[in-house]
Design a protein around this ligand. Structure first.
Ligand code: PEP
Length: 258
C-alpha cells in the first residue's frame, strides 16, 4: 500500500540493559537497520544510557528517544529528568504516557498533556501512548477510552503543531503478553484515534499524524500489522532487544512504503 505518512518504528528497551549492554545493542541495531530509507527508526534506552548510545548512533539513520521526562524544566524533582536534559544527551523523541507509567507510577492524562506540551516546546517528538485495559476492552469501552486519552493528551497542543505528535495505540492487554491485537481490530482503533484527531484539529492534521501500533509486535506479525491503512509503524518492546528481530520489523515498515 502507499501512504504519504512516513512510518516510525521505535524500540522501547524499558528497564533493560546496563550502559555497556546498551552500547553493544545500539551498535547492533545500527548495523541491522542500515540505511533505513523511508522509515523513521528510534531506540529508547534507559536514561543513563542516552548519552553513550548517542555516540554510537551519531551520523547514522537511527534516532534516539527517552522513555520518560518530567514536564517541569528543572528544580526539586528528585529522580526525574527534564526535556532539556534528555535533549542535551542527544534524544530527539520521548515516549509519554506509556501504560506502565500510567498504571505503576500514577501518570495521569493531565501529566501526559503537560509532558507533550514541554516536549513540543523543546522541538522534540512526543510519542504519546494510549490504550485500553483488558477490562475496558471486554466491556466494549475501547473507543471511548482511547478517544478520551487522545483528547486529554493533546489538550494543550495547537492545530499547527499537532501533526508533530506520534500517537502509539497500545492495548494494555497486548503488551508483553505475546497476544497482539488482531490487525483489523488494531486498525479500527487506530482509525478511531484518527477520527478523534480530526474532530479536534481537522482532517488535514488527522491525515498527517502518525499512529503506531504497539503490543507484542514481532518479526512474524509486523508486516501484517503494517499493511493496515491506519497503522504507521510500531512501538516495540521485547522484540526491540534483539537487533536482528528489530531490523526485520524496520524492513517490514520500509516495504509498506514502497
Ligand atoms: C511496549 O511496552 O511498548 C510494548 C509494546 O511491549 P511489547 O512489544 O513487549 O509488547
Amino acid at each position: 500500500m502507499t501512504t504519504t505518512r512516513r512510518p516510525i518504528v521505535a524500540g522501547n528497551w524499558k528497564m533493560n540493559t546496563t550502559v555497556a549492554e546498551a552500547v553493544v545493542l545500539a551498535a547492533a541495531v545500527r548495523d541491522a537497520v542500515g540505511a533505513a530509507s523511508g522509515v523513521e527508526v528510534v531506540v529508547c534506552p534507559p536514561a543513563v544510557s542516552l548519552f553513550p548510545v548517542q555516540a554510537v548512533l551519531e551520523g547514522g539513520d537511527v534516532a534516539l528517544g527517552a522513555q520518560n521526562v518530567h514536564f517541569e524544566s528543572g528544580g526539586a524533582h528528585t529522580g526525574e529528568v527534564s526535556v532539556s536534559m534528555v535533549a542535551s544527551a542527544g534524544a530527539t523523541h520521548v515516549i509519554v504516557g506509556h501504560s506502565e507509567r500510567r498504571a505503576r507510577f500514577g501518570e495521569t492524562d493531565e501529566w501526559v498533556s503537560r509532558k507533550v506540551r514541554a516536549i513540543l516546546d523543546a522541538r522534540l517528538v512526543p510519542v504519546m501512548c494510549v490504550g485500553e485495559t483488558l477490562a475496558e476492552h471486554d466491556a466494549g469501552r475501547t473507543d471511548a477510552v482511547v478517544t478520551a486519552q487522545v483528547r486529554a493528551g493533546l489538550g494543550a497542543v495547537s492545530k499547527d503543531e499537532a501533526h508533530r505528535v506520534v500517537v502509539a495505540y497500545e492495548p494494555v492487554w497486548a503488551i508483553g503478553t505475546g497476544r497482539p491485537a488482531p490487525p483489523e481490530g488494531a486498525n479500527e482503533t487506530c482509525g478511531t484515534i484518527r477520527s478523534a484527531v480530526a474532530h479536534a484539529f481537522g482532517p488535514g492534521v488527522a491525515d498527517a499524524i502518525r499512529i503506531q501500533y504497539g503490543g507484542s509486535v514481532t518479526a512474524a506479525n509486523a508486516a501484517t500489522l503494517f499493511a493496515q491503512p491506519h497503522i504507521d509503524g510500531a512501538l516495540v518492546g521485547g522484540a526491540s532487544l534483539v537487533a536482528s528481530t528489530f531490523g526485520v520489523i524496520v524492513a517490514a515498515a520500509e516495504a509498506r512504503n514502497r
